[in-house]
Design a protein around this ligand. Sequence first.
Ligand code: UGA
Length: 437
Amino acid sequence: MKMSVIGCGYLGAVHAACMAELGHEVVGIDVDQSKIDALAAGQAPFFEPGLPELLRSATATGRLSFSTDPAAAKGSQVHFVAVGTPQKKGENAADLTYVDAAVDGLIPFLSEGDLVVGKSTVPVGTAARLAAKVKAGAPGADLAWNPEFLREGFAVKDTISPDRLVYGLPGGEGHAHAKALLDEVYAIALGNDTPLVVTDYATAELVKVSANAFLATKISFINAMAEIAEVTGADVTQLADAIGFDSRIGRKFLNAGVGFGGGCLPKDIRAFTARAEELGRGESVAFLKEVDAINLRRRQRVVDLVVESLGGSVFQKKVAVLGLSFKPDSDDVRDSPALDVAVQLNGLGADVIATDPESIRNAQRLHPQLSFTENTADALAGAEAVVILTEWKEFRELDPAWAFGLVENAIVIDGRNCLDMAAWREAGWTYQGLGRP
Ligand code: UGA
């Protein structure tokens, strides 16, 4: 099937490459020339395991191309809208400028029977509004909402083999046609018995935001337990293991630490709160404000622990920060708890030296005032405190005896509870986790 993908960021670039891999003929369109040049040359503009290989193999087949010209969408039957919906500056609501611009830009190139498929995360009600716009500008075309659940770091796998598909379809005549087109897009996944939920626009939009709200709530729940553990001497990691054995609860997303960040969970819970308030149902999701507050408190807690461990002041003390991305296997530093903590420590006068396997360049662009090194040993050399903020494999597997030989003070704050507490203490370290004795 011929398809276009508007927006070639984390979501769109992966979607375009995966659709081509599955046999479709795909054109990825983005306004950013440098991004398009990189993608066309088979290079991923961001770190995502498996994506460079996929881009190279898909472009070599001739089924995947990229363009900055919106007219390149002409001739495709299905047009995915995969642009960003960031948080508005100074407000909780989502900024829909890019979504509206993508749909407006597509309309002149739509033909009879085409389907515009929204993938971006949007406030409920957006799809109905955009569908009216499509109908007004291109009466023969329709719109569907097909939310995306991929995780950074696993984006290729999650797109090729999703754990579920959700179609938010128009009512009336367009319904069967839209479903048939989406079934063709996802023929391989459907053939592999991927669960499919066929529904209306509002439900499809809400599935996405409520899934992310649930995940954020689960993380903040365990982080709230960490706060209680901290004043009672309990160990939140054992608590998580024990409650996680209850299959109704489950152990996943119960890792207490410095909390959630990234381009999705934080802004999605805020946008959901803003939208619910607009709808007169602010009280229904008022708890998400608490979820957000708990999350942000954990960043402060790590900063406080570093200050305490250094006797009340970090001024001119060398602090090694291990990890800058919002999670491992990603170079994304959007709303990253790790980067936030590094910046706060720097603001308190600490001599922060930060390292990360993939995200130094992105962090440096946003916060050039920090010092960076690509070498973990250099970060540790002479450090008066060490803070682990992203659980990259190479940090989880650090040898505590080796690290002991490099630092000035053997103090480690494990902001992700990812180190072997006993082994580090045995090697002579003063170990402090979050919510752990
Ligand atoms: C999230 C959702 O998990 C995806 O399903 C969704 O498609 C995506 O947002 C999106 O809306 O596009 P992602 O942002 O890639 O995916 O990251 P997650 O794996 O959800 O992690 C989010 C944050 O939570 C990270 O900072 C991570 O370190 C933190 N986290 C996760 C915890 O602090 N504890 C946990 O137990 C799990």
